[in-house]
Design a protein around this ligand. Structure first.
Ligand code: AHM
Ligand code: MG
Length: 337
């Protein structure tokens, strides 16, 4: 597969190498790319078509929904439920898992997604994205229940995100490395612009919401303090910091130029009965799959994210991901207490 090939061709070529492939997975990735193109178009038009601002409703997690959260969710569900490629869907914006209407053709896959991650950024014209995780559906189940979706990240068949930034980019893994595609809006196709993303093992750049520092646990404080001490401290080198507040943009930066991203456990979220901010099934797991496939690592600080046995569709977990040596250091600090 060469730079400049279309996402569609790339998916077809991958399918050719799998003897038992039926074309269903290819069809599913195509449905996802169509949904992302539609969302990209809505994000582009923004205020021109009155899609910005709050919808004045709350999702299951008690977060205020933006108009575009709701519209993107509808776009994704409609693009994925009509072509017989999925058995069921689960979304950040929906309390329950989504079953297909009676009579609709069922496929063999389950897709979990966050239709518009980082949507607090949407009204200020900063990058947002769609994240998705693809799992196999259990055989012979017409209407999968939540339990059927609760598979560890290691069972993901594919994962990806679409970043709506200055360019719209689709980043995808099927477990054989990470490929990047840029949307050519003139011809409506995602074109491959990077065949093999790879994250350097070391870095001098970290991303964390510093305003939460007083709520962090000691190991995270220790790690960040050492980064801030720079050349004069333990690490003997200066660090730079970035925080977009849009996980898709942070992960994309790490894939492009390295770094470490953390949304650790903190006493603020614990007080709300939550184990972290980010959601395991449609944020942490797909991003961990991508990061690991690019040579990085992803843990909660205590365990590998993709090994977690999920307990709920909307379960939250602490996240530390990116440059392997940095993630290992943070994990070591947790084990040292
Ligand atoms: P969302 O799914 O409601 O958009 O929340 C997830 C986002 C992540 O993209 C980002 O890393 C984080 O929330 C930002 O949190 P904060 O506002 O605390 O900086
Ligand atoms: Mg999100």
């Amino acid at each position: 597969m060469h730079i400049g090939t279309t996402l569609t061709n790339c998916i077809i070529e991958t399918q050719r190498n799998i003897k038992s492939a039926t074309g269903e997975f290819t069809g599913l990735l195509n449905d996802i790319s169509v949904a992302c193109k539609k969302i990209s178009d809505l994000v582009d038009k923004g205020d021109l078509i009155d899609v910005l601002g709050s919808a004045e409703s709350e999702n299951v997690q008690g977060e205020t929904q933006k108009k575009l959260d709701i519209i993107s969710n509808e776009v994704f569900i409609s693009a994925l439920s009509q072509n017989g490629h999925v058995a069921g869907l689960a979304s950040e914006e929906m309390d329950e898992v989504i079953n297909l209407p009676e009579g609709a053709v069922r496929g063999h896959y389950l897709v979990l997604f966050d239709p518009l991650d980082g949507s607090s950024n949407i009204d200020v014209n900063v990058s947002v994205g769609t994240i998705f995780s693809i799992l196999r559906a259990p055989e012979g189940v017409a209407n999968p229940r939540a339990e059927d979706f609760l598979q560890p990240g290691t069972r993901q068949v594919a994962a990806g995100y679409c970043l709506y930034g200055p360019s719209t980019m689709m980043v995808l893994t099927t477990g054989q490395g990470v490929k990047m595609f840029t949307l050519d809006k003139d011809i409506g196709e995602f074109m491959m612009t990077k065949g093999e993303a790879s994250i350097p093992e070391d870095t001098q750049e970290f991303a964390i919401n510093m305003s939460n520092s007083r709520f962090w646990e000691a190991p995270v404080k220790r790690y960040i303090d050492e980064c801030l001490a720079g050349k004069d401290g333990e690490r003997g080198k200066d660090f730079n910091m970035r925080w977009v507040a849009s996980m898709v943009a942070e992960v994309h930066r790490i894939l492009q130029r390295g770094g470490v991203f953390m949304y650790p456990l903190d006493s603020k979220t614990m007080a709300k009965g939550q184990e972290g901010k980010l959601r395991l099934m449609y944020e942490a797991n797909p991003m961990s799959f991508i990061i690991e496939q690019a040579g990085g690592a992803a843990t909660t600080g205590r365990e590998r994210i993709m090994d977690i046995d999920p307990q709920g569709i909307h379960q939250r977990v602490p996240v530390v991901l990116g440059a392997k040596n940095e993630v290992e250091r943070v994990t070591r600090y947790h084990s040292e207490g």
